[in-house]
Write a protein that binds this ligand. Structure first.
Ligand SMILES: C[S@@+](CC[C@H](N)C(=O)[O-])C[C@H]1O[C@@H](n2cnc3c(N)ncnc32)[C@H](O)[C@@H]1O
Ligand code: SF4
Ligand code: SF4
Length: 403
Protein backbone atom coordinates (compact mmCIF):
# COMPACT_ATOMS: atom_id res chain seq x y z
CA UNK A 1 0.00 0.00 0.00
CA UNK A 2 1.27 3.48 -0.84
CA UNK A 3 1.83 5.74 2.19
CA UNK A 4 1.08 9.40 1.62
CA UNK A 5 3.57 12.16 2.30
CA UNK A 6 1.16 14.45 4.09
CA UNK A 7 1.57 17.62 6.09
CA UNK A 8 5.18 18.46 5.24
CA UNK A 9 6.00 21.58 7.20
CA UNK A 10 7.68 23.03 4.14
CA UNK A 11 4.49 23.47 2.19
CA UNK A 12 3.07 25.89 4.72
CA UNK A 13 3.85 29.56 4.29
CA UNK A 14 4.00 31.70 7.40
CA UNK A 15 4.92 35.24 8.38
CA UNK A 16 5.40 34.23 12.03
CA UNK A 17 9.18 34.04 12.49
CA UNK A 18 10.29 31.50 15.05
CA UNK A 19 12.72 28.62 15.08
CA UNK A 20 11.71 26.43 12.14
CA UNK A 21 14.84 24.52 11.14
CA UNK A 22 17.81 23.21 13.07
CA UNK A 23 20.83 22.21 10.98
CA UNK A 24 22.76 19.74 13.10
CA UNK A 25 26.21 18.58 12.01
CA UNK A 26 26.20 15.21 13.74
CA UNK A 27 29.83 14.40 13.09
CA UNK A 28 33.05 15.95 11.88
CA UNK A 29 34.20 12.61 10.43
CA UNK A 30 34.00 11.69 6.79
CA UNK A 31 34.96 8.78 4.54
CA UNK A 32 35.34 10.91 1.39
CA UNK A 33 37.59 13.75 0.24
CA UNK A 34 35.37 15.88 -1.96
CA UNK A 35 37.19 18.59 -3.88
CA UNK A 36 34.33 21.06 -3.42
CA UNK A 37 33.51 20.32 0.24
CA UNK A 38 32.73 23.55 2.10
CA UNK A 39 33.23 21.77 5.43
CA UNK A 40 36.76 20.44 4.82
CA UNK A 41 38.47 23.09 6.97
CA UNK A 42 36.07 22.54 9.87
CA UNK A 43 36.57 18.77 9.73
CA UNK A 44 40.36 19.28 9.63
CA UNK A 45 40.13 20.75 13.14
CA UNK A 46 39.32 17.22 14.35
CA UNK A 47 37.41 18.43 17.41
CA UNK A 48 35.24 16.00 19.40
CA UNK A 49 31.69 15.45 18.15
CA UNK A 50 28.98 16.58 20.57
CA UNK A 51 27.99 13.56 22.66
CA UNK A 52 24.49 12.07 22.64
CA UNK A 53 23.88 13.56 26.08
CA UNK A 54 24.94 17.01 24.91
CA UNK A 55 22.60 16.74 21.91
CA UNK A 56 19.83 15.57 24.28
CA UNK A 57 20.17 18.81 26.26
CA UNK A 58 19.84 20.77 23.00
CA UNK A 59 16.72 18.84 22.07
CA UNK A 60 15.16 19.23 25.52
CA UNK A 61 15.59 22.99 25.45
CA UNK A 62 14.66 23.75 21.83
CA UNK A 63 10.86 23.56 22.08
CA UNK A 64 8.79 22.58 19.07
CA UNK A 65 10.18 23.16 15.60
CA UNK A 66 9.45 21.58 12.24
CA UNK A 67 12.57 20.57 10.36
CA UNK A 68 15.74 18.80 11.39
CA UNK A 69 18.44 18.99 8.72
CA UNK A 70 21.24 16.60 9.51
CA UNK A 71 24.67 17.28 8.12
CA UNK A 72 28.36 16.63 8.67
CA UNK A 73 30.84 15.10 7.86
CA UNK A 74 29.11 11.95 6.81
CA UNK A 75 25.97 11.40 8.92
CA UNK A 76 26.02 7.61 8.42
CA UNK A 77 29.29 7.51 10.39
CA UNK A 78 27.45 8.68 13.51
CA UNK A 79 26.30 5.43 15.13
CA UNK A 80 23.61 7.15 17.22
CA UNK A 81 21.96 8.92 14.28
CA UNK A 82 18.59 7.10 14.42
CA UNK A 83 18.44 7.65 18.18
CA UNK A 84 19.17 11.36 17.69
CA UNK A 85 16.34 11.71 15.16
CA UNK A 86 13.95 9.78 17.42
CA UNK A 87 14.81 12.10 20.29
CA UNK A 88 13.92 15.20 18.24
CA UNK A 89 10.72 13.51 17.04
CA UNK A 90 9.65 12.85 20.64
CA UNK A 91 10.84 16.06 22.29
CA UNK A 92 10.42 18.62 19.52
CA UNK A 93 7.67 17.09 17.39
CA UNK A 94 9.69 17.56 14.20
CA UNK A 95 7.71 16.87 11.04
CA UNK A 96 10.58 16.59 8.54
CA UNK A 97 14.07 15.14 8.79
CA UNK A 98 16.59 15.53 5.99
CA UNK A 99 19.33 12.90 5.94
CA UNK A 100 22.08 13.74 3.45
CA UNK A 101 24.59 11.03 2.63
CA UNK A 102 27.45 10.33 0.26
CA UNK A 103 25.93 6.88 -0.24
CA UNK A 104 29.01 4.89 0.79
CA UNK A 105 27.10 3.15 3.61
CA UNK A 106 23.85 2.15 1.90
CA UNK A 107 23.24 -0.71 4.35
CA UNK A 108 22.99 1.75 7.23
CA UNK A 109 20.71 4.11 5.32
CA UNK A 110 18.18 1.36 4.65
CA UNK A 111 18.40 -0.16 8.15
CA UNK A 112 18.03 3.21 9.85
CA UNK A 113 15.18 4.47 7.67
CA UNK A 114 13.32 1.20 8.33
CA UNK A 115 13.79 1.73 12.06
CA UNK A 116 12.64 5.35 11.82
CA UNK A 117 9.52 4.40 9.87
CA UNK A 118 8.50 2.28 12.87
CA UNK A 119 9.61 4.60 15.65
CA UNK A 120 8.54 7.91 14.04
CA UNK A 121 5.53 7.01 11.90
CA UNK A 122 4.46 10.58 11.12
CA UNK A 123 7.91 11.86 10.18
CA UNK A 124 8.61 12.82 6.57
CA UNK A 125 12.11 11.55 5.85
CA UNK A 126 14.13 12.91 2.94
CA UNK A 127 17.07 10.73 2.00
CA UNK A 128 19.27 13.08 0.02
CA UNK A 129 21.98 11.14 -1.78
CA UNK A 130 24.93 13.05 -3.22
CA UNK A 131 25.72 12.09 -6.80
CA UNK A 132 27.75 14.56 -8.79
CA UNK A 133 28.13 12.99 -12.22
CA UNK A 134 28.81 9.84 -14.22
CA UNK A 135 31.33 7.19 -13.02
CA UNK A 136 34.79 8.71 -13.16
CA UNK A 137 33.56 12.30 -12.77
CA UNK A 138 31.80 11.50 -9.53
CA UNK A 139 34.74 9.51 -8.17
CA UNK A 140 37.17 12.31 -9.04
CA UNK A 141 35.02 15.05 -7.50
CA UNK A 142 34.55 12.92 -4.36
CA UNK A 143 38.11 11.57 -4.16
CA UNK A 144 36.92 7.99 -3.68
CA UNK A 145 37.46 5.31 -6.35
CA UNK A 146 34.32 3.21 -6.86
CA UNK A 147 32.09 5.76 -5.12
CA UNK A 148 29.74 6.11 -8.12
CA UNK A 149 28.62 2.46 -8.18
CA UNK A 150 28.35 2.27 -4.39
CA UNK A 151 26.13 5.35 -4.34
CA UNK A 152 24.00 4.12 -7.24
CA UNK A 153 23.57 0.87 -5.30
CA UNK A 154 22.44 2.84 -2.25
CA UNK A 155 19.86 4.65 -4.36
CA UNK A 156 18.65 1.33 -5.71
CA UNK A 157 18.35 -0.19 -2.22
CA UNK A 158 16.42 2.82 -0.95
CA UNK A 159 14.13 2.55 -3.94
CA UNK A 160 13.57 -1.19 -3.45
CA UNK A 161 12.68 -0.70 0.18
CA UNK A 162 10.69 2.53 0.13
CA UNK A 163 9.41 3.02 -3.43
CA UNK A 164 5.79 2.97 -2.28
CA UNK A 165 6.33 4.79 0.98
CA UNK A 166 5.26 8.41 0.53
CA UNK A 167 6.91 9.31 3.85
CA UNK A 168 10.34 8.61 2.39
CA UNK A 169 11.38 11.11 -0.28
CA UNK A 170 14.43 10.24 -2.37
CA UNK A 171 16.50 13.13 -3.64
CA UNK A 172 19.72 13.31 -5.62
CA UNK A 173 21.89 16.28 -4.66
CA UNK A 174 24.48 17.43 -7.20
CA UNK A 175 27.05 20.17 -6.69
CA UNK A 176 28.13 21.92 -9.89
CA UNK A 177 31.87 22.38 -10.27
CA UNK A 178 34.47 22.50 -13.00
CA UNK A 179 34.49 18.69 -12.96
CA UNK A 180 30.87 18.06 -13.93
CA UNK A 181 29.51 21.20 -15.60
CA UNK A 182 29.98 19.82 -19.12
CA UNK A 183 28.00 16.65 -18.47
CA UNK A 184 25.27 17.90 -16.17
CA UNK A 185 22.42 17.84 -18.72
CA UNK A 186 23.27 14.28 -19.80
CA UNK A 187 23.61 13.32 -16.15
CA UNK A 188 20.21 14.73 -15.20
CA UNK A 189 18.64 12.86 -18.11
CA UNK A 190 20.26 9.57 -17.12
CA UNK A 191 19.41 9.98 -13.45
CA UNK A 192 15.78 10.75 -14.26
CA UNK A 193 15.56 7.71 -16.51
CA UNK A 194 17.38 5.18 -14.35
CA UNK A 195 17.26 6.14 -10.68
CA UNK A 196 13.57 6.68 -9.88
CA UNK A 197 14.05 9.53 -7.41
CA UNK A 198 11.40 12.16 -6.68
CA UNK A 199 13.64 15.21 -6.95
CA UNK A 200 17.12 16.14 -8.16
CA UNK A 201 18.56 19.33 -6.71
CA UNK A 202 21.58 21.09 -8.11
CA UNK A 203 23.65 23.53 -6.08
CA UNK A 204 26.36 25.85 -7.32
CA UNK A 205 29.53 25.13 -5.30
CA UNK A 206 29.75 27.84 -2.64
CA UNK A 207 31.85 28.87 0.35
CA UNK A 208 35.43 27.81 1.06
CA UNK A 209 36.12 24.68 -0.96
CA UNK A 210 38.78 22.04 -0.25
CA UNK A 211 40.33 22.61 -3.69
CA UNK A 212 40.75 26.06 -5.21
CA UNK A 213 39.18 26.84 -8.58
CA UNK A 214 36.32 24.34 -8.48
CA UNK A 215 33.67 27.08 -8.55
CA UNK A 216 33.35 28.06 -12.19
CA UNK A 217 29.75 29.13 -12.67
CA UNK A 218 28.95 32.74 -13.47
CA UNK A 219 25.56 34.45 -13.46
CA UNK A 220 25.37 34.00 -17.23
CA UNK A 221 26.33 30.31 -17.27
CA UNK A 222 24.12 29.50 -14.29
CA UNK A 223 21.11 31.24 -15.86
CA UNK A 224 21.68 29.32 -19.09
CA UNK A 225 21.98 26.04 -17.22
CA UNK A 226 18.87 26.73 -15.18
CA UNK A 227 16.87 27.36 -18.36
CA UNK A 228 18.13 24.12 -19.89
CA UNK A 229 17.11 21.99 -16.93
CA UNK A 230 13.51 23.24 -16.75
CA UNK A 231 12.22 20.16 -18.66
CA UNK A 232 13.67 17.94 -15.93
CA UNK A 233 11.90 19.91 -13.25
CA UNK A 234 8.65 19.72 -15.17
CA UNK A 235 9.15 15.94 -15.42
CA UNK A 236 9.88 15.69 -11.68
CA UNK A 237 6.81 17.81 -10.94
CA UNK A 238 4.73 15.29 -12.91
CA UNK A 239 6.34 12.40 -11.03
CA UNK A 240 5.58 14.16 -7.76
CA UNK A 241 1.97 14.79 -8.73
CA UNK A 242 1.39 11.16 -9.80
CA UNK A 243 -1.60 9.79 -7.96
CA UNK A 244 -2.86 13.29 -7.17
CA UNK A 245 -5.86 14.47 -9.14
CA UNK A 246 -7.76 17.61 -10.10
CA UNK A 247 -7.05 20.91 -8.39
CA UNK A 248 -4.45 19.45 -5.98
CA UNK A 249 -2.42 18.19 -8.92
CA UNK A 250 -2.31 21.69 -10.43
CA UNK A 251 -1.40 23.26 -7.08
CA UNK A 252 1.40 20.72 -6.51
CA UNK A 253 2.92 21.47 -9.93
CA UNK A 254 2.43 25.23 -9.52
CA UNK A 255 4.24 25.42 -6.17
CA UNK A 256 6.97 22.97 -7.04
CA UNK A 257 7.90 24.65 -10.32
CA UNK A 258 7.24 28.22 -9.18
CA UNK A 259 9.25 27.87 -5.97
CA UNK A 260 12.21 26.20 -7.62
CA UNK A 261 12.35 28.74 -10.41
CA UNK A 262 12.05 31.67 -7.96
CA UNK A 263 14.86 30.19 -5.88
CA UNK A 264 17.03 29.61 -8.95
CA UNK A 265 16.56 33.17 -10.19
CA UNK A 266 17.59 34.59 -6.82
CA UNK A 267 20.55 32.23 -6.69
CA UNK A 268 21.86 33.15 -10.13
CA UNK A 269 21.66 36.83 -9.22
CA UNK A 270 24.08 36.18 -6.37
CA UNK A 271 26.78 34.16 -8.00
CA UNK A 272 28.92 37.04 -9.31
CA UNK A 273 28.05 39.60 -6.64
CA UNK A 274 25.64 39.94 -3.71
CA UNK A 275 22.20 41.03 -4.90
CA UNK A 276 19.17 41.61 -2.64
CA UNK A 277 16.79 38.65 -2.72
CA UNK A 278 13.67 40.83 -2.68
CA UNK A 279 12.81 39.42 0.74
CA UNK A 280 14.54 39.06 4.12
CA UNK A 281 16.93 36.21 4.70
CA UNK A 282 15.57 34.73 7.91
CA UNK A 283 18.86 33.13 9.03
CA UNK A 284 19.21 33.36 12.80
CA UNK A 285 15.49 34.02 13.24
CA UNK A 286 14.06 30.79 11.83
CA UNK A 287 17.27 28.76 11.47
CA UNK A 288 20.08 27.65 13.72
CA UNK A 289 23.20 25.79 12.58
CA UNK A 290 25.03 23.70 15.18
CA UNK A 291 28.47 22.44 14.19
CA UNK A 292 29.67 18.98 15.22
CA UNK A 293 31.75 20.46 18.05
CA UNK A 294 29.01 22.74 19.38
CA UNK A 295 29.89 26.01 17.68
CA UNK A 296 26.74 27.66 16.35
CA UNK A 297 25.88 30.01 13.49
CA UNK A 298 22.85 31.62 11.95
CA UNK A 299 23.49 29.89 8.60
CA UNK A 300 26.08 27.61 7.01
CA UNK A 301 27.96 30.41 5.32
CA UNK A 302 28.47 32.83 8.17
CA UNK A 303 31.06 32.48 10.89
CA UNK A 304 30.29 30.79 14.23
CA UNK A 305 29.10 33.25 16.86
CA UNK A 306 29.42 31.09 19.96
CA UNK A 307 29.44 27.57 21.32
CA UNK A 308 26.40 25.80 22.75
CA UNK A 309 28.61 24.69 25.65
CA UNK A 310 28.77 28.31 26.83
CA UNK A 311 24.95 28.50 26.88
CA UNK A 312 24.43 25.31 28.87
CA UNK A 313 23.14 23.69 25.62
CA UNK A 314 19.98 25.81 25.87
CA UNK A 315 18.66 26.46 22.36
CA UNK A 316 16.01 28.97 23.43
CA UNK A 317 18.65 30.97 25.25
CA UNK A 318 20.86 30.88 22.15
CA UNK A 319 18.08 32.11 19.86
CA UNK A 320 17.42 35.09 22.16
CA UNK A 321 21.09 35.70 23.04
CA UNK A 322 22.72 39.06 22.45
CA UNK A 323 25.15 37.39 20.01
CA UNK A 324 22.27 36.15 17.84
CA UNK A 325 20.47 39.53 17.99
CA UNK A 326 23.67 41.21 16.85
CA UNK A 327 24.08 38.65 14.05
CA UNK A 328 20.51 39.14 12.79
CA UNK A 329 20.94 42.89 12.86
CA UNK A 330 24.24 42.60 10.95
CA UNK A 331 22.56 40.46 8.29
CA UNK A 332 19.94 43.19 8.04
CA UNK A 333 16.54 43.26 6.42
CA UNK A 334 14.99 43.91 3.03
CA UNK A 335 16.86 45.82 0.34
CA UNK A 336 19.04 47.42 3.02
CA UNK A 337 20.46 44.07 4.12
CA UNK A 338 24.19 43.38 4.06
CA UNK A 339 24.32 39.73 3.26
CA UNK A 340 23.12 37.74 0.24
CA UNK A 341 24.27 34.38 -1.08
CA UNK A 342 23.43 31.45 -3.39
CA UNK A 343 22.46 28.93 -0.71
CA UNK A 344 19.35 27.13 -1.97
CA UNK A 345 18.28 25.87 1.47
CA UNK A 346 18.19 29.35 2.96
CA UNK A 347 16.61 30.97 -0.08
CA UNK A 348 13.88 28.32 0.04
CA UNK A 349 13.42 28.60 3.84
CA UNK A 350 13.24 32.38 3.59
CA UNK A 351 10.65 32.28 0.79
CA UNK A 352 8.36 30.35 3.14
CA UNK A 353 8.60 33.15 5.72
CA UNK A 354 8.04 36.00 3.26
CA UNK A 355 4.75 34.91 1.68
CA UNK A 356 3.46 38.37 0.73
CA UNK A 357 6.64 39.35 -1.07
CA UNK A 358 7.08 36.03 -2.83
CA UNK A 359 3.69 35.21 -4.34
CA UNK A 360 4.37 37.25 -7.49
CA UNK A 361 7.87 35.73 -7.84
CA UNK A 362 6.47 32.20 -7.55
CA UNK A 363 3.77 33.01 -10.11
CA UNK A 364 6.34 34.56 -12.47
CA UNK A 365 8.64 31.55 -11.95
CA UNK A 366 5.83 29.16 -12.82
CA UNK A 367 4.99 31.09 -16.00
CA UNK A 368 8.64 31.02 -17.09
CA UNK A 369 8.92 27.27 -16.56
CA UNK A 370 5.79 26.73 -18.64
CA UNK A 371 7.41 28.57 -21.54
CA UNK A 372 10.74 26.73 -21.24
CA UNK A 373 9.33 23.28 -20.67
CA UNK A 374 9.36 20.59 -23.36
CA UNK A 375 9.10 16.79 -23.35
CA UNK A 376 12.25 14.92 -22.30
CA UNK A 377 12.11 12.40 -25.18
CA UNK A 378 13.58 9.79 -22.92
CA UNK A 379 14.13 6.34 -24.47
CA UNK A 380 15.99 3.14 -23.64
CA UNK A 381 18.26 3.82 -26.63
CA UNK A 382 19.15 7.28 -25.32
CA UNK A 383 19.96 5.92 -21.85
CA UNK A 384 22.12 3.15 -23.34
CA UNK A 385 23.93 5.69 -25.52
CA UNK A 386 24.68 7.80 -22.45
CA UNK A 387 26.06 4.75 -20.63
CA UNK A 388 28.38 4.07 -23.56
CA UNK A 389 29.35 7.74 -23.98
CA UNK A 390 30.39 7.99 -20.32
CA UNK A 391 31.99 4.50 -20.22
CA UNK A 392 29.68 3.15 -17.53
CA UNK A 393 30.04 -0.55 -16.69
CA UNK A 394 26.67 -1.87 -17.85
CA UNK A 395 27.42 -5.27 -16.35
CA UNK A 396 27.81 -3.68 -12.94
CA UNK A 397 24.67 -1.60 -13.40
CA UNK A 398 22.77 -4.78 -14.29
CA UNK A 399 24.16 -6.50 -11.19
CA UNK A 400 22.97 -3.59 -9.03
CA UNK A 401 19.57 -3.89 -10.68
CA UNK A 402 19.58 -0.55 -12.47
CA UNK A 403 19.32 -2.15 -15.96
C1 LIG B 1 28.31 18.77 3.67
S1 LIG B 1 27.50 17.44 2.93
C2 LIG B 1 27.14 16.39 4.31
C3 LIG B 1 26.48 15.10 3.89
C4 LIG B 1 27.34 14.07 3.16
N1 LIG B 1 28.66 14.02 3.63
C5 LIG B 1 27.27 14.28 1.65
O1 LIG B 1 28.27 14.64 1.05
O2 LIG B 1 26.18 14.08 1.12
C6 LIG B 1 25.88 18.08 2.54
C7 LIG B 1 25.69 18.45 1.06
O3 LIG B 1 26.50 19.58 0.78
C8 LIG B 1 27.04 19.40 -0.51
N2 LIG B 1 28.22 20.25 -0.64
C9 LIG B 1 29.47 20.00 -0.27
N3 LIG B 1 30.28 21.04 -0.56
C10 LIG B 1 29.51 21.98 -1.15
C11 LIG B 1 29.77 23.28 -1.67
N4 LIG B 1 30.98 23.83 -1.64
N5 LIG B 1 28.74 23.98 -2.18
C12 LIG B 1 27.48 23.44 -2.20
N6 LIG B 1 27.18 22.23 -1.71
C13 LIG B 1 28.18 21.50 -1.19
C14 LIG B 1 27.34 17.92 -0.55
O4 LIG B 1 27.57 17.45 -1.86
C15 LIG B 1 26.11 17.36 0.08
O5 LIG B 1 25.10 17.15 -0.90
S1 SF4 C 1 30.74 16.79 0.83
FE1 SF4 C 1 30.12 15.27 2.33
S2 SF4 C 1 31.17 13.41 1.69
FE2 SF4 C 1 32.20 15.06 0.70
S3 SF4 C 1 33.92 15.53 2.06
FE3 SF4 C 1 32.22 16.95 2.53
S4 SF4 C 1 31.17 15.96 4.18
FE4 SF4 C 1 32.46 14.39 3.23
S1 SF4 D 1 22.09 35.57 2.82
FE1 SF4 D 1 23.16 33.61 2.84
S2 SF4 D 1 25.06 34.00 3.92
FE2 SF4 D 1 23.70 35.71 4.37
S3 SF4 D 1 22.67 35.18 6.25
FE3 SF4 D 1 21.38 34.47 4.61
S4 SF4 D 1 21.94 32.33 4.22
FE4 SF4 D 1 23.57 33.29 5.41
Amino acid sequence: MKTKRAGSSFQKMSSDRKLESVFLFVTGKCNAKCKMCFYADDMEKKEQDLTFDEIRKLSESAGEFNRLWLSGGEPTLRDELPGIIEMFYTNNHIKDANIPTNGLRGDRVVEWVKRLRNSCPDLNITVSVSLDGFGRTHDTQRGVPGNFYKTVETLKKVDENFAHDGKVLKNIATVITRYNLEEIIDFMMWSFGRLNVLTHTIEAARGMTREDGVKILTEKSLLELQDKIVPFYAAYANRMAEGVTGFRKRVTRFFYLGLIRAMYTIRAGNIDKPTPWGMDCTAGETTLVIDYDGRFRSCELRQPIGNVKDYDYNVQEIMYAQAMKKEVSEIGHGYAANCWCTHGCWIMSSIVFNPGKMVSKIYKGYRQTKKLSKPLNLSEQLLTDLELKYSLDRGKLAQIGIL
